[in-house]
Ligand binder design. Structure first.
Ligand code: GSH
Length: 281
């Protein structure tokens, strides 16, 4: 596959246009192949394997599972799918047609948090959940906070077209992140004490990356305050090898999220859920 083809640079020729472009070839669309270090990781994991991650390179939910696989150092195969054209091999695992999906031998499953738990339960490679039951519950509690209170507001804010709404959602996102940070170990740099990434860090990492690479350019989301605990955490996440090795170059995120930033029709199930006030898929 070429790295600079029409379907990988965010533009597409008329014949290849995606539904979210709504017939306008000048609109950027989602990338269909990772770039930068993430592309190197795809290539290093292109060989047939019993454990397969079906993913789309721009997707933050996929990013979670991918970071987990890299953190654990498991053998796996990364399979890129065009999630809006829903190949049968994806629908066979996930009738909802969402990525990430995982196949392990004959068995398949989906939902990013469930998949992270599954990989944890394999007890192979570096764990992400701590041993202590109370710390495990603490990790699950704050993962739930991310899923319920941070991710929906991230999309609501990104899709908001009115300045008034953007200001309201920026405030709410700031408050929800502040709650998460206040639950983190005081020193860090990660969520739990000690110098290692764990479950909550991986749950949050894809959105840490997209705050800077998507929400800042499109909606003016501010950089973390210098010297703050939040800044320390953001830098630790960005510098973690499993995160770096699964992150593409900035342009991929800029192009892939233009449809959300413009709240364009035919973008995704996530966009529809936000606009109709329903829970995320
Ligand atoms: N709750 C799911 C959400 C996954 C999800 O929304 N994935 C998006 C891509 S980022 C998707 O598959 N969209 C397909 C569609 O909108 O049809 C999870 O945590 O895995």
């Amino acid at each position: 596959m070429s790295t600079d083809g029409a379907s990988t640079n965010g533009h597409a020729s008329k014949a290849e246009m995606d539904p979210n472009q709504n017939g306008d070839e000048n609109k950027k669309t989602y990338h269909k192949q990772a770039t930068g270090l993430a592309w190197e990781t795809v290539q290093a994991h292109s060989k047939e394997n019993d454990l397969k991650l079906y993913g789309s390179c721009f997707c933050p939910f996929v990013h979670r599972v991918w970071i987990s696989l890299e953190h654990k150092g498991l053998d796996y195969e990364y399979v890129e799918v065009d999630v809006y054209r829903k190949p049968k091999l994806l629908l066979d695992i996930n009738p909802r047609g969402l990525v990430p999906a995982l196949r392990h031998g004959e068995w398949g499953c989906y939902e990013s948090t469930v998949l992270m738990e599954y990989l944890e339960d394999l007890n192979e490679g570096r764990p992400l959940l701590p041993k202590d039951p109370k710390l495990r519950a603490h990790s699950r509690l704050w993962s739930d906070h991310i899923n319920r209170h941070i991710i929906p507001i991230f999309y609501r804010y990104l899709q908001a077209q009115e300045a008034k709404d953007q200001a309201e959602y920026a405030k709410e996102l700031t408050e929800q992140i502040a709650k998460l940070v206040s639950a983190a170990d005081e020193q860090g740099p990660f969520f739990l004490a000690g110098d290692h990434m764990s479950f909550v860090d991986v749950q949050m990492a894809p959105w840490v990356i997209r705050l800077e690479k998507v929400l800042t350019p499109y909606k003016g989301w501010p950089n973390p305050e210098p010297g703050s605990r939040w800044e320390k955490w953001v830098r630790a996440i960005e510098d973690a090898e499993p995160v770096k090795n699964t992150t593409s170059t900035d342009q991929l995120y800029l192009d892939s999220y233009e449809r959300y930033a413009e709240n364009r029709p035919n973008t995704s199930q996530v966009r529809e859920a936000i606009n109709s006030g329903k829970g995320l898929p």
